[in-house]
Unconditional design. Structure first.
Length: 229
């Protein structure tokens, strides 16, 4: 079969990777971390641990990127050698021809999709999922459930902290419907996706919080009028 199209793709990608490695100096791997001049220091001795941690993170990221590119480059060279031998496009496990669709998506494919070694799906899940599942079972996700509201969710999250998550006066919490806010008008004012762009763009939602606020303001005005007399 004629694999000229795939050969051109592989050679072009090989050239891109080699040029990138040259341009970026193998992601700085030619320089030692301790003697790296990127920090502007001649020595790492007096650097703050956070600065050294950032440098280490960047170095680990560069190592990972370099490893991926070298692995891709090796796969490309292997496929080009297969073309010379006349074995390109033949599954190394089943001996069946690899479909054009698979080669178009992955020119370095060595097997048919069914025989690919990357078939296993990890069953590991973060431990946080167990906690979230337990919360959903205990309180449900339906906000109409009287047993669940924002205050319940806040208390559940706060229960995992050894220290208090709030301090006196940090916010207001409506004990009746569990809505937390800093100022009383926050539950019923809103802006669009661009945020605050002027007083004319602020909208007042006529909801239960708005009614409570207006009733509170009316009561305050009546008290002020009574006190004036």
């Amino acid at each position: 079969m004629d694999y000229t199209h795939y050969k051109k793709q592989l050679e072009e990608r090989k050239r891109e990777i080699e040029e990138r490695l040259i341009k970026q100096g193998n992601f700085g791997m030619e320089r030692g971390l301790a003697s790296d001049m990127a920090s502007g220091e001649l020595s790492q001795y007096d650097n703050h641990p956070a600065d050294s941690g950032t440098e280490l993170y960047e170095r680990e990221k560069d190592i990972a990127l370099l490893g991926h590119l070298k692995e891709e480059l090796s796969d490309i060279q292997y496929s080009l050698n297969q073309m010379k031998k006349g074995t390109y496009g033949i599954c190394e496990k089943t001996g069946q021809p690899i479909s054009d669709e698979r080669l178009e998506a992955l020119p370095t494919a060595r097997t048919v999709a069914e025989a690919s070694p990357n078939q296993d799906v990890s069953t590991d899940h973060p431990i946080e999922e167990e906690v979230l599942s337990e919360l959903e079972d205990n309180y449900g996700r339906d906000t109409d459930d009287p047993q669940y509201n924002e205050q319940n969710a806040y208390e559940q999250v706060a229960s995992f902290n050894q220290t208090s998550m709030t301090y006196d006066g940090s916010s207001n919490m409506d004990s009746e419907d569990g809505v937390g806010y800093v100022e009383q008008f926050e539950p019923f004012v809103s802006t669009d996706m661009n945020g605050y762009t002027g007083a004319d763009d602020v909208k007042f939602e006529r909801n239960v919080h708005y009614d409570k606020y207006m009733d509170h303001m009316d009561e305050a005005e009546e008290d002020e009028s009574d006190s004036a007399y």
